[in-house]
Design a protein around this ligand. Structure first.
Ligand code: ATP
Ligand code: MG
Length: 352
């Protein structure tokens, strides 16, 4: 199965299978190039149904997927999904374009073989061209290799539910597509998208306005939940309500200082990932953070991360340039939920 999607329908659906919740986005691609949000939904999955991106409870996850999809449109059968985590490898390769362009895949496989320490056996490999040199001689491509059995788990799960997978992407690239669609990148300086999820934080590094590398940190909001729960001696039910906005902290200042300490682990992971990138880019440092993901919705969190890293930030809101009927948001303003949907929007946007 190919990893990168190619779809041309005017309506597309992005399905983000997260370890906290399932997110669904349905977009219509309008003739003038705009994308219209037709529907969105989020459904939490049972606790520990997905651990480190491995599906542990097929039935529980599928049930949540069905509920989330039906809330948007019960007729949906075709979806695009996305993968990330330790069973997905991504690298940027410089390859010579062969005389016969159809041989490009072969050249990339040769490069991949050298780049992947464990070889290519048992992996599904695909690539996408980032840009070609002006003389057409070389290309910069992003190569993605996924453990085939990991991919198969997701494919079989959706097949069981009667869904057809139109395309498989990776979170980092979905996020990059969302950034491109919603923000005009004005500088060539290195910048980074930080997608703070429940169990994982994905980073997509950008330089010269294109992506240059990706990294995962195995720390997300779950670590923050645990730290706050221990510090304030709160029950699992209460921490769940507090961290999803269903109830409010009695003393916001106390919460804020607890959160400051609770983000130490995430900060450490970010520091490590940033030094990886800074090595790669010969010492240039990150000038801006685009923060997104469900973690963005936790009060004070983005400010704290920005303050700790001493780098300015802005929130990446995947709905900011979508067209939609105001009636889609009757109970809340869009920005109260939108950052959670970045990966799903990126999946639904992709059509090339
Ligand atoms: N209104 C909200 N509803 C749900 N989650 C929220 C809300 N506000 C903040 N959050 C936080 O978002 C976090 C989940 O983020 P997200 O949905 O991006 O994770 P995920 O995609 O399911 O997980 P992962 O990508 O790590 O597998 C929760 O841990 C929660 O604390
Ligand atoms: Mg996620």
């Amino acid at each position: 199965m190919k990893i990168f999607s190619k779809k041309k329908d005017s309506v597309s659906v992005g399905l983000d299978i997260g370890s906290f919740s399932i997110k669904v986005i349905q977009l219509e691609h309008l003739p003038n190039g705009d994308a219209k949000l037709l529907g969105y939904s989020m459904k939490e999955i049972p606790r520990e149904a997905i651990v480190e991106k491995e599906i542990r409870d097929h039935e529980g996850v599928l049930d949540s997927i069905q509920t989330a999809i039906e809330k948007v449109d019960p007729a949906i059968r075709e979806v695009s999904i996305s993968l990330c985590g330790r069973r997905v490898f991504t690298d940027i390769l410089q390859v010579k374009i062969p005389k016969k362009k159809e041989n490009l895949r072969e050249s990339i496989m040769v490069e991949a073989e050298q780049k992947l320490p464990m070889g290519t056996e048992g992996l599904t490999i695909d690539y996408d061209i980032i840009k070609e040199s002006p003389d057409g001689e070389t290309a910069e491509v992003v190569m993605v290799a996924v453990h085939s059995d990991f991919l198969r788990d997701y494919v079989l799960l959706l097949q069981d539910g009667g869904y057809h997978i139109l395309g498989v992407d990776v979170d980092y690239i979905s996020l990059y597509n969302v950034l491109k669609q919603n923000i005009d990148i004005e500088t060539d300086d290195p910048q980074v998208i930080i997608n703070i999820g429940h169990s994982i934080t994905n980073l997509t590094f950008i330089q010269n306005k294109v992506y240059q590398g990706v990294r995962d940190i195995s720390s997300g909001t779950l670590d923050i939940w645990r730290s706050l729960q221990n510090r304030f001696r709160i029950t699992p039910e209460d921490i769940h309500k507090l961290m999803t906005g269903a109830s409010q902290w009695e003393d916001p200042a106390e919460f804020q200082s607890g959160l400051f300490a609770a983000t130490d682990e995430l900060k450490m992971g970010l520091d490590m990932a940033f030094s990886y990138f800074e090595n790669l880019s010969k010492g240039q440092s990150i000038s801006r953070l685009y923060i997104t993901g469900g973690g963005t919705l936790i009060p004070f969190l983005t400010d704290i991360i920005s303050e700790k890293l001493e780098i300015p930030h802005q929130i990446l809101d995947p709905f900011s340039r979508l067209v939609y009927e105001p009636s889609l948001f009757t109970n809340q303003t869009p920005d109260k939920v939108s950052p959670m949907f970045s990966v799903a929007v990126g999946l639904a946007l992709r059509r090339d």
